[in-house]
Ligand binder design. Structure first.
Ligand SMILES: [Zn+2]
Length: 480
């Protein structure tokens, strides 16, 4: 007996109103991290716990087996077999911020879009995955594998959810995460969060520098707030020495004029405060921004400063200034498939009584492992009495483009959209890297602007339906 092939599109459209209502209800529960209401079983607060319960209830109602892992994460499962297909999404959202056209948790429908915090990242897609799984289950088609929807709860903060989850729960054989872009992201660079630090003692221990006539002493310098952003503001405070405050201010004004940079200078209490405006950009594309910190230090290089400031300036100017690919440090590498190693100096802090601190984000392709370039980095840090602190090092993540996970999802995408399923390598990180064998598959279709983390975040209802169709067929094809 042969069964009529399932028309996935038809199955989704039959449930259209139910799906939209479920997405709205889901979005109306605010699921921002809230330590104030945390308790055992709800480690990230009441809102996230209620949101997770909402998703699990829908899955339980559809006859799936559900398991809540101490409120850190949860799953819903059906099917049978040795192998396990995972679908990994998250129910937490970033804070709503200001400036919304409709209330951020009202989930109103405006011009064919559901507008709410979490609509595209990642509660809309999570509900698409739940409905896709329901459709596969209700189809009665035989499955040779188990299917497990896994719901994380602190993707937006520190991924403690999955760290806890995978301590006791099974790692899927393979899977996808509906938390990025269509067609499919199969490779992600390795990501580091590094600190280069020089303490005052380490500076003094070098005993290197002869005293010289100085123009000024650098009292402090600050640029940037986050390692994964190009700093758009920098500020340095000088105390005049050989040059007067007016002379220093004039030199800076001239520098701004000559370079076309934007900045400002004020004099107060015989201190000269220099500010520099840069252009912010994501840390994975440092060449798209203008680094206010290193640009400001470029000016300081034109002055005769105190010994320690000179070392700071020299190191920055040599190894970091417009060094988006780490060439001067000797750590550059361009991978034909995944692109180049990138370097972003996200934060620079200097306090003449304390530490020099660079917070640097280096992203590297899989063909250029961390261990292969760390020694070169250390060598150059030593020259300036800087020590390396590795705050984070996430290795690159990549699934072979010929792996059945990739080829199956490509086939499903092309069948349903009529478009070629070009696969993508990125410098960022998606949730898929939490799986041993995982790719990101949607929900953002090519050509759509990404509203994640912004005001008026939204998902087009048409896209929600299209994604659900893709996820239903994908789950079936992977698990059959
Ligand atoms: Zn997300």
């Amino acid at each position: 007996m042969t069964m009529k092939p399932i028309d996935w599109m038809d199955e989704v459209h039959k449930r259209k109103e139910e799906l939209i209502a479920a997405v709205q209800g889901f979005l109306q529960i605010k699921s921002v991290l809230d330590p104030a209401t945390a308790r055992p079983g709800a480690p990230f607060g009441e809102g996230i716990a209620r949101t997770l319960a909402y998703a699990l209830q829908l899955c339980a109602d559809a006859g799936m087996e559900v398991k809540n892992v101490d409120g850190y994460a949860a799953h819903a499962q059906f099917g049978q077999g040795e192998e396990l297909i995972g679908v990994l999404s998250h129910v937490d959202v970033v804070p709503e911020g200001d400036g919304w056209s409709t209330p951020p948790y009202a989930a109103e429908i405006v011009d064919g879009k559901i507008v709410a915090r979490g609509a595209i990242d990642d509660k809309g897609p999570t509900m698409a995955a739940i409905f896709a799984a329901k459709i596969v289950k209700e189809s009665g088609l035989a499955l040779g594998k188990r299917v497990r929807l896994i719901f994380g709860t602190d993707e937006e903060t520190s991924w403690r959810c999955l760290e806890r989850y995978f301590k006791t729960e099974e790692m899927p054989t393979m899977g996808f995460s509906p938390d990025a872009d269509f067609p499919l992201i199969y490779a992600e660079k390795g990501m580091t969060d590094l600190i280069f630090r020089q303490t005052k003692q380490a500076f003094a221990a070098q005993g290197l520098f002869p005293a010289v006539e100085t123009d000024a002493t650098l009292l402090s310098l600050e640029a940037g707030l986050r390692v994964n952003m190009v700093p758009d503001r920098g500020q340095a405070i000088l105390r005049p020495a050989g040059k007067t405050a007016e002379e220093l201010a004039d030199a800076y004004r001239r520098y701004l004029r000559d370079t076309g940079r934007t900045g400002d200078v004020t004099i107060a209490d015989d201190q000269v405060v220099l500010s520099m405006q840069g252009v912010s950009a994501h840390g994975m594309d440092p060449e798209k921004g203008i680094n206010a910190g290193t640009e400001l230090i470029r000016f300081l290089a034109t002055l005769q400063l105190d010994d320690r400031a000179r070392q700071l300036v020299r190191f920055t100017d040599t190894y970091l200034y417009r060094q988006h690919y780490g060439k001067a440090l000797g750590i550059d590498h361009d991978d034909a498939e995944m692109g180049p190693l990138t370097l972003n100096t996200g934060v620079i802090r200097y306090d003449c009584e304390g530490d020099i601190e660079f917070n640097v984000n280096i992203r590297y392709p899989h063909s250029h492992p961390y261990a292969s370039w760390e020694p070169k980095l250390l060598l150059h840090l030593q020259e300036a009495a800087l020590v390396l602190e590795v705050k984070e090092n996430m290795p690159p993540h990549r699934v072979d483009p010929k792996h059945p996970l990739v080829t199956t999802l490509q086939r499903v995408y092309t069948q349903q959209t009529g478009q070629e399923a070009r696969i993508i390598a990125i410098g960022g990180a998606t949730y898929a890297r939490a799986l041993d064998v995982g790719v990101a598959f949607g929900p953002l279709f090519p050509g759509r602007a990404d509203s994640a983390h912004q005001r008026d975040e939204h998902i087009f209802i048409d896209d929600l339906l299209r994604a659900t169709v893709l996820y239903a067929q994908a789950i079936y094809e992977l698990a059959k």
